[in-house]
Design a protein around this ligand. Structure first.
Ligand code: UDP
Ligand code: MG
Length: 318
């Protein structure tokens, strides 16, 4: 393939209802740019017809490539696979559900031409539930306090990266990938513009409440050891308070003799300390678990097939 100017990486998980609409919209926009391009679809172990559709799209146009996982490995793994696959001088990351309007590529490319290595489309939160809005804004405020890297509300994975930025992302060896943090960590000149939030064209979001909460914890823990530090401070402060309290009780006993009441105080102290210890253990456990995960050195995904392997196996007519 001759030199490719733009790669678009699209992670897809059970997107059979939108994938065709999305593909048409994207092809149209890419055609308008009048540049050489490729689309790298990554099927994240979909259980519907997504894989078959991607196979057909790739067979019909050699600028369309795809790779399919053996099971669902998560969006982070899918994006990583897509970035590894991409060959373009600039690489855009985009969701398949049309929540990342393909038309914004024009604006991104224009900004890329001004020399920015990362062009981020930041969505506003219009049309989202009050509860979800409040939760994410609280989360980002807490993240800002706790993390070593900047993570901005609404700045997601929808972005255009220069080749050197992509190479920087790919050079990070960690298995626990939190790309919001990684994109911020690699640095380079970054610019962002905001766009109006759109809701999913069809299908369902794969992010339920629990998944979001887990994602939040991942983000917090992936990028520093501040939670550990905090826990140490709290532990020290409590131990100090308990010691002071013990001294005071000793003084009271010496002055007035022992009294039986105080049982409640004792119980509260035990329960409170027990709770804090459990929380502390949880935080430490998170880090240990992560160390365990990293030392296993497992690949982040397993490939079932790619457009090339499908061709070789004769799954699609050449
Ligand atoms: N996705 C994926 N693997 C997953 C979950 C999601 O590749 O395990 C893809 C999905 O197909 C879509 C994008 O990631 O292209 C965003 O997912 P979704 O729309 O469910 O997330 P939301 O927009 O609600 O944050
Ligand atoms: Mg979506």
């Amino acid at each position: 393939m001759e030199e490719c100017q733009i790669s678009v990486v699209v992670p897809c998980f059970n997107e059979e209802e939108v994938i065709n609409t999305f593909h048409c919209a994207l092809m149209w926009v890419l055609g308008e740019t009048r540049r050489s391009f490729e689309i790298c679809y990554v099927d994240d172990g979909s259980r519907d017809s997504t894989r078959a559709q991607l196979r057909a799209l790739a067979a019909a146009d050699q600028r369309v490539r795809y790779l399919s996982f053996s099971r669902n490995f998560g969006k982070e793994a899918a994006m990583l696979a897509g970035l590894r696959m991409s060959r373009g001088a600039a690489v855009a990351l985009m969701d398949a559900d049309l929540q990342h309007p393909p038309g914004l590529l024009h604006r991104m490319l224009e900004l890329r031409h001004h020399g920015y290595d990362q062009v981020v489309a930041r969505r506003d939160r219009s049309g989202e539930g009050v509860l979800r809005r409040a939760a994410s804004s609280a989360y980002y405020r807490a993240m800002g306090r706790c993390m070593d890297v900047d993570v901005v509300d609404g700045e997601g994975d929808f972005r255009l990266l220069s080749r050197r930025a992509v190479d920087a992302v790919l050079a990070l060896p960690e298995a626990n990938r939190f790309s919001k943090g990684i994109f911020s960590w690699i640095g380079f000149d970054t610019v962002s513009f905001s766009y109006h939030n759109v809701s999913r064209a069809a299908g369902r979001s794969k992010w339920g409440g629990r998944r979001l909460l887990n994602y939040g914890i991942d983000g917090l823990i992936s990028f520093n050891s501040r939670p550990l530090r905090l826990v140490i401070y709290v532990g020290l402060a409590l131990a100090f308070a308990a010691f002071a309290y013990a001294l005071w009780i000793a003084a009271v006993v010496v002055a007035h003799g022992a009294e039986v009441p105080g049982f409640a105080t004792l119980l509260i102290a035990i329960v409170a300390l027990g709770g804090i210890q459990l929380a502390t253990l949880g935080v430490i456990g998170e880090y240990v678990g992560r160390i365990y995960g990293e030392t296993k050195r497992r690949p982040l995904y397993v490939v079932r097939e790619t457009d090339e392997s499908a061709h070789r196996a004769g799954a699609v007519p050449a």
